[in-house]
Design a protein around this ligand. Structure first.
Ligand code: ADP
Ligand code: MG
Length: 467
């Protein structure tokens, strides 16, 4: 489904108020009656028809009579528009550009700040695409394993909250992550990372053996460092590590063309002047120069070179919503899977073999190794708790819900992958995204079921403290 932001240019204040009212109504009602919308929006009932029909026409709301009354709920697009509106009002972004990445459960867009700098928006979209393939095999995800039914919208929001909190905590203690800028609902705003995902490295540029080794060491070191800080990434692989081989220092006002690196499965790139067209402007009377400055990762790194004279690659870690604590009952297994995944990738694709063969690649990185050295590290967990609280992610039940969700997802995907050896992730993603269409919208809406009570209270308390 394509995200169309042109509607934002003509939406009135009332439209946004009613859309926001449906969002609030959905915390207590699966289908929100018009009267409730109007009273939350503090609008007279007389104007309801006009507003409702324009929101329905723009597919920001959907209408349903299955409960015996005229009820409304937000569509994915409606939720997108509310998040974009908030980020627009906070002056984080003023225009939306091309889609530069399709993750398993996200869409990544380039966006422009009011100053014309380029940033990244990650839209979390739990419960879609690859999951459908998974669901065909096994209905793991219904009721997220805890017997409760799930609202994908609210789960996506929790996922974004968690990602933002982790990114902020990790970034604040010097991890190479994008700089978190802001978040709203299911959307996280962050800086654009230069380079390409690790899985594209070999095909996009030659890497010297020393560069490959350096990428390997930096990657596995991230896993180990996280473990020493009490965390396991749980999806540390070639899709979630970005590699910059340019050897050029990244600065805030760089004129370098960062865009050309971002060719992804969708075929969209951020290169070129057309990335931010006038149609993507999120409000009225905005002039946006999408060709201007780009905010890219501010790593104050000198231009290091390796012994063979090649630039030292810079590795950046992304994608955090599935991370767990090392106190998690499966932490060891999850950590080992991350490390094994990396080792396999580097052996197979980048011909990295430790001095004394494969076994030597594990030296220093085993669970026992990283735990043995642990203890005297900065208190990331403490910071993390602070961040989690600050972003409204404090309820233990909610945390558990999301962990369970990702855990079930991993299990289900592993099972499907076992059955489908040979089919690559890329093919999967492409296939799924092509399938997207009207049918999917219906399917998604069907799945919009009751929200678990913890999720409701969490959302209500956050919204209350925000207003
Ligand atoms: P998912 O959780 O769905 O896997 P990711 O966070 O891994 O989503 O993002 C998907 C893809 O989008 C990444 O593999 C990467 O190519 C691109 N991407 C994500 N964040 C950024 C960023 N800050 N800068 C540049 N590219 C990014
Ligand atoms: Mg990813």
């Amino acid at each position: 489904m394509k995200l169309d932001v042109t509607v934002m240019r003509t939406m009135s204040k009332e439209d946004y108020r009613v859309l926001g009212a449906v969002e609030i109504g959905m915390k207590t009602h699966e289908l929100v009656p018009v009267s409730l919308c109007m009273s939350i929006a503090r609008l007279r009932h007389g104007g309801a028809n006009k507003v409702m029909s324009s929101l329905l026409r723009d597919k920001l709301l959907s209408h349903d009579r299955s409960k015996g009354y005229d009820g409304y709920r937000l569509t994915n697009s409606g939720y997108d528009i509310l998040a974009l509106r908030t980020l627009f009002q906070k002056k984080i972004v003023s225009a939306l550009g091309d889609k530069i990445g399709i993750g398993k459960e996200s869409d990544i867009y380039i966006a422009a700040t009011p100053e014309g700098k380029q940033v990244v928006l990650k839209f979390h979209r739990l419960g879609r695409t690859s999951f459908r393939a998974v669901r065909k095999k096994r209905d793991y995800l219904r009721g997220n394993g805890s017997g409760k039914s799930t609202s994908w919208l609210f789960m996506s929001r929790l996922s974004a909250l968690k990602e933002y909190a982790f990114m902020k905590a990790l970034h604040s203690v010097g991890y190479p992550t994008p700089t978190p800028l802001s978040h709203s609902r299911h959307v996280v705003a962050m800086t654009l990372v230069r380079g390409c995902p690790l899985y594209q490295v070999r095909t996009r540029s030659e890497v010297s053996p020393l560069q490959a080794e350096s990428i390997f060491n930096q990657s596995v070191d991230l896993a180990a460092r996280l473990a020493r800080h009490g965390l396991v990434h749980c999806d540390l692989n070639e899709f979630n590590l970005m590699v910059d081989l340019s050897g050029i220092q990244q600065t805030l006002n760089s004129d370098n063309d960062v865009g050309g690196h971002y060719v992804r499965n969708s075929g969209a790139t951020t290169r070129g002047e057309g990335a931010l067209s006038v149609h993507s402007v999120l409000g009225e009377h905005q002039s946006v120069d999408g060709t201007g400055e780009k905010i890219i990762e501010e790593k104050p790194k000198p231009m290091e070179t390796l012994e063979d004279g090649t630039p030292k690659p810079l590795v950046t870690l992304i994608d955090f919503p599935q991370m767990v604590s090392t106190k998690h009952p499966n932490a060891k297994e999850l950590y080992e899977r991350d490390v094994e995944c990396l080792i396999k990738f580097f052996i197979r694709k980048l011909n990295v073999v430790g001095g004394e063969g494969e076994e030597s690649m594990r030296e220093g990185w085993t669970w026992e190794d990283v735990n043995a050295g642990g203890g005297e590290v900065e208190n990331v967990e403490g910071r993390l708790d602070g961040e989690l609280q600050a972003s409204g992610f404090s309820d233990e039940n909610v945390k558990r819900d999301l962990e369970l969700y990702y855990f079930n997802k991993r299990e289900a995907i592993a099972e499907v992958e076992e059955g489908e050896e040979g089919e690559s992730d890329e093919e999967d993603e492409e296939g799924e995204s092509e399938e997207e269409g009207e049918g999917e919208q219906e399917e998604e809406e069907e799945e919009e079921e009751e929200v678990s009570s913890e999720v409701v209270s969490e959302v209500v308390s956050e919204e209350a403290s925000a207003s």
